[in-house]
Design a protein around this ligand. Sequence first.
Ligand code: ZN
Length: 196
Amino acid sequence: MMTTEQALEVYRSTGAILKGHFKLTSGRHSDTYMQSAKVFVDPKASETLCKALAEKLTEAGVEADVVISPAIGGILMGYEVARQLGKPNIFAERENGVMTLRRGFTIEKGTKFVVCEDVVTTGGSVKEVIALVKEAGGEVSAVASLVDRSNGKVDFGVKFVNLISMDITSYEPDECPLCKEGKIELVKPGSRVFTK
Ligand code: ZN
């Protein structure tokens, strides 16, 4: 089984671990950002990590009929995990702020899902997908992520399987020491180009 250190090494090798002053999707600020999109630039690295995660899901006894992920971050990961599990893959996306299924995707009653998200911080998007699945009569067997930034603090009410679980400090904007210091500009990853 892949260790946290091995998984981190793959992240590092693709330049996916960024240092600076970041605004996370959750709205919190942090000096570290796991830019998983950089992992998925490299199909081999993506396969290595998602294969390890799929194996971990199987070892954890997770049964799933379909993989689902929240757009945009989870889409590539969901695809590769589904490919490794030999299962179909769909994704949910926000429409007017509400997590929904588009593109002809449907949920059949009783279908078991694994929810995939590349990086979990507060788990907000994942919780919305879980609610969406349940509301449609589906079941959620587990949540799978490459990185759990909460270091096990997030509770989804189902099995949570991940490769890298670590406590990366983040702050409410008004409590952020980097903002108080004012030396490093706050950036929202994904909205501009970074170097390592
Ligand atoms: Zn800040």
